[in-house]
Structure formats: structure tokens, C-alpha cells
Write a protein that binds this ligand. Structure first.
Ligand code: MSP
Length: 472
């Protein structure tokens, strides 16, 4: 069995700068990548993220800004990269769908389907939502507008499109799903997808006629590839563009929110099966969060910029707040007030305070009383189990419970009152060991904090550090 771990985030539209919804998924993917690099080895992990740069939505935003679409996508794509760097996102590849190497792969991919007779031309009549970049089905429309994008007017369209024989393929996909050849997680989302399949599947349009900002169909250059098909293929292209990456196919885990699960959990598998390619092992959809009970939207003015979060709480603070903001997989709500409370209670007064207090008392000791090498070897399979169950946020909460235990113990032991050095050494040993373990276990989540804690407590002489997190 392959030991490789290939994790992806969605590639984000470059119609606007990143917000914390994008940051959330990307930080979670980073946590997985960092965890499995430790566990399986650096070369066994491939972490892919990037930007989705073609289509009407992006072209319209570029036009609104009076910039050429390529220049516009270059600009926004660079903003994504900048935020990811500021959040310490350790991606192995930042994919851009305007990469010319991707264009060739997409064209080959579709040409194969065309040659197999799985693509045909027909007239499409429907209502298109530029926000979703898709034709809407009747249950996605309410009062004449798209449920997800009520501020945009859906466009009635009647155009010639090429279609993929998805209906024909869908029973094969469904049977693969039922045989657990790939999984859709969490279970309730899988059930939603199954419900939708049972409702009936239509063939899907894979090209657009009036959209010039895209990849041309190789056999009919008047058409460009439908942006979702172009985007999904990024996961494959990224492994094919470099010889050393081919072994990473198929993906271990596609991460995204529930808004785009349908494309990832069914359409994508249909396209792959049609091209005789192996299916991803798991598709995980986390929930959507609202901000103080409301959908995050420009018109409401409640969009949170990850750069503001980083400016206020630092990159480690921002990572912590995002990871623990709500249960991974469920929907949730966030608020700036709760972020502040949580930062103060868990980081400044929690881990930060514990580290400074113990380090300050330990300054009294000549030498670190702990056998550091041995402590670093301590294994805790509970963390790995949380990752296997796709509960990385629970793994972090579990590490935090150890902080709480040490805090409680300290209130009982009162080490600051101990006068005898031998006794102090004996008492502090437990705390220092605990903090080394906590430090090591924080590595995938808070890499810098982890390094700082380990640096303090694995030295032969312990000194009180500057505060890890300043109170806000
Ligand atoms: N370009 C497509 C994806 C193509 S992937 C082959 C796209 N882009 S997007 O910019 O709209 O990003 C959607 C994703 O952003 C969600 O699936 C999720 O990962 C993240 N989120 C955006 N808003 C979010 C919330 N409010 N809550 C949680 N995740 C959020 O769709």
C-alpha cells in the first residue's frame, strides 16, 4: 500500500482577494500536510493549493477594474500567495489554471473523452449563475434568484454547448461509492449526495460558447472549457507536470466546504472514471461559517480579511482561532469578540502563561532535570487517531486539555512556594516533560509556538522567555 499522502484545497476564484473562509480550509489542509510529513516523511506528502483563474466571474471582475484578465489574475493570485505565506502555509505547489502546462493537460484530457464518444454537442437552455459559475437547477432558485447569490441576477441562456455523458457514467460512479472505492465524508454529506443522485442525473455541459477567457476545446476552438471542468483537472495536472509527482496520483484527501461538494464528490469522479483514472480516496466537506449569524458578504460589510486577523493576533494566533473556530465538518458561527476572548483565555492566559510561569520557576535550577531525548520519543497515538477520523481540530483540543491538566496541577502543587532545590527539581520535571510533549504535538498546528516551546524546555538551562502571546 502506498504511503503517500496527497491533500488538496479548492483552487480559489481570483475575482476578489482572499477572506477567512478561504484561509480556514487552507489552514486545515496545512495542518494535515504538516502532520503527515512528520509521520510519513517529508517526501511522502504533497500539498496542493492554488487559484481558479478562468471563466465569466473572473473576466467580469477584471473588466470592472479595467484590467486585462491575465494582469488581474496575476495580481489577485499574488495576494493569495502573500496571505498563505503570512499564515505559514506549507504548500508544495501553488497551482494556477492559467499555467500553459495545465492547458495542454486539460485539452488532452477532454480530447480523450471526445475520442471515446463520451462528449456530444447540443443546445443548452437554462439559467446561469455567474457567482456559482454554473447552470442552476430548479431547487437552487428561489424567487427568481440563486439561493447562494441573491444579489446577482441569474442570466437566461440558450447556447450550443458540448456535453459530457455524465448520466451514463453516474451509475458507475455510484457503484464505486457504494463499494467504498472512494468516500464522501462526513456521512451526512454523503447522504445528501446520494439523495441528489437518486433524484436524477443529467448530462453536464463541459464547454461555453461566449466565454473567451478560458481554455479552447481542441476540436472546436470557438468553445472554451467550462470553468469547473478546467478547475477540477488542476488536481490531476499538478501531479503530471513534473515527473517526480506522478506517484502522488490519486489524491488522498480533497478538502473543501459543502458548497462545492457536488462537483468534487460526483462530477469529478465521473470525469476520472471516463478517462480510466484512479479515484481520490476521500472527499471531505467541512461546513460553512457565518459571521455573527450572517452570511459573510461584501454587501453586508462583514467580510473578515485574514490579514486583519494576522495583524491583530499574529500568524499563530490567527491559525489557532481558525482551527478551533468551529467543529470541523459542521456549520458554525464566528465572531470577532469571541476571537478576542479565545485568544486571551487559550493563548495569552493559557499556554503563554503556563510556559512563562514554569520557565520562570525553572530558572532557579542549575540544569534541566528532564531526559529530553527520551521525552521527545513519547508517542501518543490518540493524535494520529484523530487525524484518521478527520478530526484535526479535536486533536488540537486534546493537546489543549493537557495544558488545562498542568494548570490545575500547578494550582495544587504551588511550585513557586517550594524552597528545597531537590524537591523543586522533582516537581518541575513533570511540567517540563509535559511541556516538551505539548510543544512537539503542537507542531502541525502552531509550528512557531511549537519551536519556541521546544527551544525553551529542551535546553540544558531553562530561562524565562518573552511572552509567547501578548494579552489583547
Ligand atoms: N473556484 C472554485 C473551486 C474550484 S476547486 C476545483 C470555488 N472557489 S471559491 O473561491 O468560491 O472557494 C470556495 C471555498 O472557499 C469553499 O469550498 C471553502 O473551502 C472556502 N470558503 C469560502 N467561504 C467559506 C465560509 N464562509 N465557510 C467555510 N468555508 C468557506 O468555489
Amino acid at each position: 500500500m502506498s504511503n503517500k499522502f496527497y491533500v488538496t484545497t479548492p483552487i480559489y476564484y481570483v475575482n476578489d482577494k482572499p477572506h477567512i473562509g478561504h484561509a480556514y480550509t487552507t489552514v486545515m489542509a496545512d495542518v494535515y500536510a504538516r502532520f503527515y510529513r512528520e509521520r510519513l516523511g517529508k517526501n511522502e506528502v504533497f500539498f496542493l493549493t492554488g487559484t481558479d483563474e478562468h471563466g465569466t466571474k473572473v473576466a467580469q471582475s477584471a473588466a470592472k477594474n479595467s484590467i486585462d484578465p491575465q494582469e488581474f489574475t496575476d495580481k489577485i493570485s499574488a495576494q493569495y500567495k502573500d496571505v498563505w505565506q503570512k499564515l505559514d502555509i506549507s504548500y508544495d505547489e501553488f497551482f494556477r489554471t492559467t499555467d500553459p502546462r495545465h492547458k495542454i493537460i486539460v485539452q488532452e484530457f477532454l480530447q480523450k473523452l471526445y475520442n471515446k464518444g463520451l462528449i456530444y454537442k447540443s443546445l443548452y437552455e437554462g439559467v446561469y449563475c455567474v457567482g456559482c459559475e454554473k447552470f442552476l437547477s430548479f431547487d437552487e432558485i428561489s424567487n427568481g434568484v440563486c439561493i447562494l447569490h441573491p444579489n446577482l441576477t441569474p442570466v437566461e441562456q440558450k447556447e450550443e454547448n458540448y456535453f459530457f455523458k455524465f448520466k451514463e457514467l453516474s451509475s458507475k460512479v455510484f457503484s464505486e461509492l457504494q463499494k467504498n472505492r472512494y468516500s464522501i465524508i462526513p456521512e451526512e454529506r454523503k447522504n445528501e449526495i446520494i439523495g441528489k443522485i437518486k433524484h436524477g442525473i443529467e448530462d453536464i455541459s463541459i464547454s461555453r460558447l461566449g466565454v473567451s477567457w478560458g481554455i479552447e476545446l481542441p476540436w472546436d476552438r470557438k468553445h472554451t472549457v467550462y470553468v469547473w471542468v478546467d478547475a477540477l483537472i488542476n488536481y490531476y495536472s499538478a501531479t503530471q507536470m513534473y515527473p517526480g509527482r506522478k506517484d502522488f496520483w490519486p489524491p488522498t484527501l480533497h478538502l473543501m466546504a459543502k458548497d462545492i461538494l457536488w462537483f468534487h464528490a460526483l462530477v469529478w469522479e465521473g470525469l476520472l472514471l471516463a478517462n480510466d483514472l484512479a479515484l481520490p480516496k476521500a472527499v471531505f466537506a467541512h461546513g460553512f461559517f457565518t459571521v455573527e449569524g450572517q452570511k459573510m458578504s461584501k454587501s453586508l460589510g462583514n467580510v473578515i480579511d485574514p490579514l486583519d486577523l494576522i495583524a491583530e493576533y499574529g500568524k499563530e494566533g490567527a491559525r489557532y482561532l481558525l482551527i478551533t473556530s468551529f467543529q470541523f465538518g459542521k456549520d458554525g458561527d464566528i465572531s470577532l469578540d469571541r476571537f478576542r476572548e479565545k485568544y486571551n483565555s487559550d493563548l495569552a492566559n493559557g499556554i503563554g502563561n503556563l510556559v512563562s510561569r514554569i520557565a520562570k520557576i525553572a530558572e532557579k535550577l542549575e540544569h534541566n532535570p528532564v531526559n529530553v531525548e527520551k521525552t521527545l520519543l513519547v508517542k501518543d497515538e490518540k493524535i494520529a487517531d484523530f487525524f484518521t477520523l478527520n478530526k484535526p481540530d479535536e486533536a488540537l483540543r486534546y493537546v489543549w486539555s493537557k495544558i488545562a491538566i498542568l494548570d490545575q496541577k500547578m494550582a495544587q502543587d504551588k511550585p513557586w512556594e517550594i524552597k528545597s532545590i531537590e524537591e523543586l527539581e522533582k516537581t518541575l520535571k513533570v511540567y517540563i516533560e509535559g511541556l516538551i510533549i505539548i510543544g512537539a504535538q503542537l507542531k502541525p498546528f502552531l509550528p512557531e509556538t511549537s519551536a519556541r516551546i521546544l527551544d525553551i524546555f529542551t535546553k540544558d538551562k531553562i530561562f524565562k522567555p518573552d511572552p509567547l502571546f501578548l494579552r489583547k
